[in-house]
Write a protein that binds this ligand. Sequence first.
Ligand code: KDG
Ligand code: MG
Length: 405
Amino acid sequence: MKITDAKVIVTCPGRNFITLKIMTDEGVYGIGDATLNGREKSVVSYLEDYVIPCLIGRNPFDIEDIWQYLYRGVYWRRGAITMSAIAAVDMALYDIKGKALNTPVYNLIGGRSRTGVMVYGHANGADLEQTIDEVGKYIDMGYLAIRAQSGIPGLQSTYGVAKEKMYYEPAQNDASGLPAVNEWSTEKYLNFTPKLFKKLRDTYGEEHHFLHDCHHRLTPIEAARLGKELEPYHLFWLEDTVQAELQEGFRIIRKHTTTPLAVGEVFNTIYDYTTLFTEQLIDYVRMSLLRGGGITHGLKVAAMAGVYHIRTGFHGATDLSPVTMAAALHFNTAINNFGVQEYMRHTGETDAVFPHEYYYDKGYLHITDKPGLGIDIDEALAAKYEYKRAYLPVNRKLDGTMFNW
Ligand code: KDG
Ligand code: MG
């Protein structure tokens, strides 16, 4: 079998998505997600101008060699743009191989390890009371694991509180077409957040897993304080407490708290984790297959994580397309050290562009035995939605200082 052609499909059914489609001489094609929220066109150029010419004529079954060619062979390694582009190729090649061998992708990477993939949903409200109510709605929908984010008294806006409750929309411009500006106060946040989780446990008891995302806004010692104060409420995890570039910072957090830690949605290779893994400083790996070079690299990361008692909890926000979700579900079905999968639902508009086999039932996502990834793109429908530039917000402290979003 040979790759004869490949193309990049840009669509915006409510938000921007980039999809790579690889075609072969036997008529089998595969698709992969290449979406990089807020910087989408950079990956389009990377694929069209540099990657696709290298794929033509290659045997699509040689997935490892093609991966190494695009990683080692390029000299300029790592980074979100490079690794998202490689991920798109890798997902598409697995899709092709599954279809060609008439088997679902999970069978190519170990077979079935579980009956379903536990997911966590996103409950959020403008204030404490509304967030408590929103968590109740997810419990009513059967979710076993729920992330809770709330507006903070004294701040006009913050990360994770969405207008459209089921569909998160972080990429939104302000009136002038530039990034929207959020407000931040570490003091207000740290004083408020333990109250939220106390109230959640008082209201709903111990049965459900509760999660929370700090979105990189604390220093290690502040994260240590928060982790310690949340201990009585038994969180499933506390996510992205600090800017994660400094792996050594996690030593301070770990020394002070038993609250489990998750990190990595902005990481893109195994090298971002070496200190975190070998010193057992975290509990969950958040790097998605999309951001981290696809299934080929993800298998290596999960294998190394498993040695250190670390499980997966892949990023699955709405800005990762249903193609990434399909790939993640095959992956999560096959590996042993799966923990949880983030599941922020896509809108009906998006689901129509990406017809898929996976489905939600009572707290779990399930895949079927359809060969390949069990996902497609409706190109005619995709063509109706024109790309719109949309930035992630930026974040400033109350005195105007630029901060982490
Ligand atoms: O594009 C950025 C979002 O995917 C990210 O902010 C969402 O932190 C996030 C999460 O945990 O889903
Ligand atoms: Mg996050």
